[in-house]
Design a protein around this ligand. Structure first.
Ligand code: ZN
Length: 401
């Protein structure tokens, strides 16, 4: 029977029990603006569907029309959510964060951690174990350690006592504790000993990311030549761009080899600075991240942090008593909506930056797009980019109430 092109009432089945499903909706991220759905076969996308294509009569149907189907977003910088943090707490906390993130359209993430040496050493084996298990939510694709080889001069919300000078030995201990699950580390290349550490990260399969850094323009260019591939929350907690001292920001914007993270929550970076970044880097070199903290997904208000003062949560951001931004609480789909509505970024480009580019960066060839053969990691969104349902490896892990 042919798939009808006209909208039908949205009727969404529960988690697929069959092997093959026709998933109907406007498809973004297929490199083809004309697809009206795709065939889901087990954990994979089998083929795209166009008007008039025949479908097998015994295939199930997941009809999301008139809504949008997009590749699941991949967040390489997220500390937690739903009241839980990747850096501490039991394994159930991590599962809770992954379930929360699925409700925002995210299907894969790097658990991002900061902390004292002992805290890192406790969190790494826990997260490695969880990365090896299937989760009922966004998949744990690995770990991003934000530090400890970063610069107290650009501490942002990271406690300076947790920072240490770069050491190949310490890097090896972190790598061993994580059993190879560290996929990304934030590093300040201007610190003594940073270059050998950056080079070792590359051989260990870790993406070095410049951040919490006071590096000069020249130091950034040299660091990229030595293996740095990305920046951590570009503009935030790094030496700014001045016309005679282009700084860390200038190096990142100027060097086409390097990917740039952007927290597009409307608070961390001014809309004009976001536009500068998008113009300089282009969508194929921009990675949208949340930098979401444990308070993401919780109601607005004041939260006490034992031993660390209070946090005020509101308008998508967490602010400490001294006025420092302590990470975002804005969900990634909200950030996508802001970029679309305030900067006019097309939907295809949004999902390139939130799904395809992070997949490229992590060398996940079957993720980040809805092309034939790709992993069936996707989400359905309404016109306001509210997430309606999320699938990981063909299994529904979230459905809007
Ligand atoms: Zn962070």
């Amino acid at each position: 029977m042919p798939l009808r092109a006209s909208p039908a009432p949205a009727s969404v089945a529960s988690t697929p029990a069959r092997r093959r499903y026709v998933v109907a909706g406007g498809v973004v991220g297929a490199g083809d603006g004309t697809a009206i759905g795709f065939v889901l076969h087990g954990a994979r996308i089998e083929r795209l569907l166009h008007v008039g294509d025949a479908i097998a009569p015994d295939d199930g149907v997941l009809d999301f029309r008139p809504h949008t189907l997009a590749p699941g977003t991949i967040d390489v910088h997220t500390h937690g959510g739903a009241g839980c943090s990747f850096s501490a707490g039991p394994e159930d906390d991590t599962r809770q964060i992954c379930r929360y993130r699925a409700s925002t359209g995210t299907t894969g993430l790097l658990a991002t951690i900061t902390g004292t040496w002992d805290e890192l050493m406790a969190a790494l084996p826990k997260l490695r174990r969880l990365a090896e298990q299937p989760v009922d939510g966004a998949a744990l694709l690995g770990i991003h350690v934000e530090g400890p080889f970063v610069n107290p001069v650009r501490k942002g919300a990271i406690s300076p006592e947790t920072m240490r000078l770069p050491s190949v030995d310490d890097l090896r201990r972190l790598h061993d504790a994580a059993g190879g699950a560290i996929k990304m580390m934030t590093v300040a290349p201007e610190l003594p000993g940073a270059f050998p550490v950056i080079e070792r990260m590359v051989t260990l399969g870790i993406v070095p990311s410049v951040g919490h850094s006071d590096a000069s323009y020249e130091q950034v260019i040299d660091a990229v030549t030595s293996g740095v591939r990305k920046s951590t929350h570009t503009y935030n907690a790094m030496r700014p761009l001045l016309h005679r001292d282009p700084g860390t920001v200038g190096g990142i914007l100027a060097d086409d080899r390097v990917f740039a993270e952007l927290i597009a929550d409307g608070v961390h970076v001014h809309a004009g600075a976001m536009k500068v970044l998008l113009n300089a880097k282009g969508v194929r070199r921009t990675v949208l991240v949340t930098d979401g903290v444990r308070y993401a997904g919780l109601p607005e208000g004041i939260y006490e942090r034992p031993g660390r003062g209070r946090l005020r949560i509101g308008n998508g951001v967490a602010i400490t008593d001294d006025g420092t931004i302590a990470g975002s609480v804005s969900p990634l789909n909200r950030n996508l909506c802001l970029l679309r509505d305030e900067l006019g970024v097309p939907l295809e480009d949004l999902f390139t930056m939130a799904a395809a580019v992070p997949a490229d960066l992590l060398e996940l060839a079957t993720k980040g797009g809805l092309t034939p053969g790709a992993d069936a990691d996707f989400a359905a969104y309404d016109a306001g980019l509210t997430c309606l349902a999320t699938f990981v490896a063909g299994q529904q892990v979230y459905r809007a109430p």
